[in-house]
Design a protein around this ligand. Sequence first.
Ligand code: MIG
Length: 819
Amino acid sequence: MLNDLVNRKENLFPGKIIDYQQEENKFHFYTNTDVILFVQVLNPKIIRFRYAADGNFPPDFSYARDPDFTPELPLLEFIAHPDFFQLSTDQVVCLIQKEGMHIRILDKAGNTIMDDEKGYHWEYDLHTGNNIVKMSKWVQSGEHYYGLGDKSCNMNLRGRRLQNWSSDTYGYSRNSDPLYKNVPFYIGLHQKIAYGIFFDNTFRTYFDFAHERSNVTSFWAHGEEMNYYFIYGPSLIEVSEQYAFLTGRPEMPPLWALGYQQCKWSYYPEQTFKAIASGFRERQIPCDALYLDIDYMDGFRCFTWNKEYFPDPQRMIRELAADGFKTVIIIDPGIKIDKNYWIYQEGCAQDYFCRRSDGPFMKGSVWPGLCHFPDYTHPEVRDWWANLFKELITVDGVRGVWNDMNEPAVFEQGTFPDDVRFNYDGQPCSHRKAHNIYGMQMARATYQGVKKFCYPNRPLVITRSAFSGTQRFSATWTGDNVASWDHLWMANIQCQRLSISGMSFVGSDIGGFIETPTGELYIRWLQLGIFHPFCRTHSSGDHGDQEPWSFGEEYTQLAKKFIELRYQLLPYIYTAFWQHITYGTPMLRPLPFLNQDDTESYHRMAEFGLGDNLLICPITQPEVDGRWLYVPSGTWYYYWDDAEVVGGKEVWANAKLDRIPLYVRAGAVLPFYPVMQYVGEIEITQLTLHVYFVQGSVSSVLYEDAGDGYDYEKGICSEKIFLVTGSNTGLSISQEVKGSYAPIYTTYNIVLHGLPFVLKTVEVDGVLITPEPNPESAAETEQRENKLPEILVSKDFEQINIQGIIPESAEPDALINPE
Ligand code: MIG
């Protein structure tokens, strides 16, 4: 029906512009066929296009757009030519053809960035009364496409047709579509210039990237309006950042939520749950959070406990908390139809459940049996739902909530019937319009409650379904994957893709949800998982144990080693999170994002950056002791042996099972915590800074705050900027501190990597010091293969100058560690 080639239905077109109106940065263009185009320049890089086929705009409403996003009034130049209008900002030029309302956008150098083919057109859908609204654009020469959230196909979307209609896709596979999330946002890249398109429409949407016709990219929706935002880069990173500003960014998570988390469907009863906790502590494998899946409830009734399995949840959670574990529980949307269940009673009495178009509450079967489903698009329902968390959090001590089945999923039918009604914040509609944002609104309501009752602690919410903007409320994971090498490959792609699509707080079920991984697969997956912002092992109980110690001693030790590395990296990951909330920067960055000028990198998809200074490339094949990967331009160090690599080419990384290919950017300052069993276990009395030599200058950032609470919003946080400058004979490190957060530690242990010389003198803020071995760092250097020079300095240092001498015969270590 939607295929332009098999066009049984009539496409309608907008005619010719005959009039326009301008009001500051807003324009209305009117055609001879009663079509209206509304154009708003939101800032020099973002232009919004809205079309009214029938001459009327519905109320301007968006769940996706961040209410805190404030349009600017950028300087504009507007010229009405005889055949077209020309609208320019200081970044782009937008041409609007009078005939056919075609849009073309160029950069200031005159490169065409985006160009309408048929442009806006539509088809009247007799069955629903909706217009199927369509847009088509020319594919630019050499154009690549990225984005669209959790798709499990190749990174570059060219040649594919994909859709957004959130679906419960148990055991999905490569190229399955649609999946759980709806992110109608893509990025185009050609001539090394990147731009983005965000199609803010909640109906089922389709994106065709040169699939149906090799020179045309089009997108369309089953209702509402053509309403999209053009976002100019020119860098890929900037497109993602602008999109994140438009659809919103999360708040800082509690630091523990970046620790390792352990989950299972399901750990019960209490004894089993606590045995998992002791399993971690006995083996000294760090862990911060444990999850309770659906079996903790009484007959799967939300907000109840199965008292047989968990007789005294409050005591249990308190005891676990004393040992550093935060308890996170699952909450599904289905409310059991049970006359004696107070939530059912309240929901019915208050009319909070979704109704069929003919009146009755919608019924659908999920875990509890037949259920009704709250209409989270009703603000009153969201408030009600938020308040339901009070007891779980304030009395029982739950610290985070996990939302599942919110596509919404219903057994047998898959989802709700199309006729189901929703309030949609006062603009009643059917399931066709509300389906794709149902999960988002559930996560929003959950977040509202968790935030309110966890206060003054920070909330953690995780959701399976999402729409653009859900990152404001919740972390997310990639759903019911399988313990296979192919799924490990997918986990890597999906998390990168979510990250560039505004959702950085992402992870996969480490080891795979369905079936059982081998020890080798589990370790390879964990090695990737520790570099994902959300780091959790989860699996289905039917398929055997999946704790880090379930695969035999050799694997247990490897699991421990990598989880420990995750904890050492926490200050770095936390900083990357802060960059995400502050600048919108994706935490995970696909290779082209690191290396946009190098077209070779466009074809790669396994390699990615985490934050500014790490490059990771997982091993997704069994029984290999390394892999080829593409290292972006610049100088890098192999993390495991400090071997220097000059990028812009393919290299082989040695990586037996005890390594993942991991590179550090030359000039980086990598902050490391000591190993701890959970966040807050120990006072951090010293911070290690791994400094990597560079020829030239590179700056790195370290963000710190209390790791929980809201003082950081009052400015009690700090941003430290380290500038590393190196030459053949010396290295200097300077530190600039902004903000007032005072950490407990007083010293930095600076570990110097990759020096091309031997230390001769070290001067800290004008005073010569003699470098001495630092006993506190012994444990950490043990793991490394060669001993490195270290210097212990005050955390308040401003400038370190190191003079070196080129080694001739002397052993480098002899000079610094003369024992
Ligand atoms: O129909 O709650 O994706 O993580 O363990 C399965 C049980 C329902 C699906 C989730 C999975 C969770 C499981 N849930």
